[in-house]
Design a protein around this ligand. Structure first.
Ligand code: PDD
Length: 281
């Protein structure tokens, strides 16, 4: 496997950044994960738009122009012979002597891109059975709208989920409302067949998969309500699922000790999953 690091393609095992990179020392960086489907980058435009927004919120410059970045993403996918998989990109504020204050403005940002194949039949098997999630208090900072590499709470939550036999953790805010998953957006479908997901304006990352699914749901004239829902509502829901570039639309069949619906992926969830690539660009 091959990685792109600051202007060069190197074997993955030799790919490294400086020990004083601010990504390493302060998680002072942002990232994107984009699905590769049939050799194409899915929703690349939305991922790059969100990358630019994350960078600008933190005052980090674009490491290369957008056109060049697109070429690097494609080239990394090509060199790794990925047809179906994921491409990962990370930008940090660069390497500089350790200091909390930003380094000189001419410090070049670090850019790393990797790509890997994903076994689609395994992913489909997961979607056929659905996944379990656990709930945990949301203990993250307030700027979760930025796709920052500061993912320690998310990693701890996923690990806790794994220890309890679940695949994802849903964060719950202090008022009892579900915010989102450790690495996905959370959705439920009510008994009245309304799709519920939390508004992107507070407490969550504006997931690209979330945005694209909203497009699909609107096109299909489904009932949609972007409003916060409680953990109790989720446990009483007809269907539940998560969205992320790494999982697309993944049915949730259990939340903590509560079985959702009949314990199998919901019909509407399954239909939406099957049609996702019709709208994704
Ligand atoms: N995570 N919320 C959080 C906290 C996430 O980390 C992610 C994605 C999402 C879904 O966003 P999108 O649909 O754009 O992938 C929501 C990526 C996949 C990751 O960290 O691996």
């Amino acid at each position: 496997r091959t990685a792109y690091v600051n202007g060069v393609y190197v074997p993955l095992r030799d790919a490294c950044v400086h020990v004083e990179d601010r990504g390493f020392q302060f998680a002072d960086g942002v990232y994107e994960v984009c699905e590769v489907f049939g050799g194409r980058l899915i929703d690349e435009t939305r991922h790059l738009a969100r990358l630019k927004r994350s960078l600008s919120e933190l005052g980090i410059g674009m490491p290369v122009g957008e056109g060049a970045l697109k070429v690097i993403l494609r080239e990394t996918v090509r060199r790794n012979r990925v047809r179906d998989g994921l491409v990962y990109l990370q930008v940090t504020r660069g390497a500089a002597r350790r200091d909390f204050v930003f380094p000189a403005a001419d410090t070049p940002p670090t850019l790393v891109v990797t790509a890997r194949s994903v076994d689609r039949s395994k992913a489909e098997a997961g979607a056929t059975n659905g996944i379990s999630v656990i709930s945990l208090p949301d203990n993250r900072w307030e700027r979760v709208d930025i796709k920052s590499t500061g993912l320690l709470p998310n990693a701890l939550a996923r690990q806790r989920a794994k220890e309890r036999g679940a695949k994802e953790a849903w964060f719950v805010d202090k008022d009892g409302y579900v915010t989102e998953g450790a690495a996905s957006n959370a959705w439920i479908i009510t008994r009245e067949n309304t799709l519920l997901t939390r508004p992107a304006e507070s407490g969550i990352l504006r997931g690209v998969t979330r945005t694209t699914l909203l497009d699909l749901a609107r096109r299909d004239n489904l009932l949609i309500s972007e409003r916060p829902f409680t953990l109790a509502e989720a446990k009483a829901a007809k269907e539940a699922f998560v969205t992320a570039a790494t999982a697309l639309i993944m049915p949730v069949v259990r939340i903590d000790d509560t079985v959702i619906g009949d314990g199998k992926p919901g019909a509407l969830t399954t239909r939406l999953r099957a049609r996702f690539h019709e709208v994704a660009e």
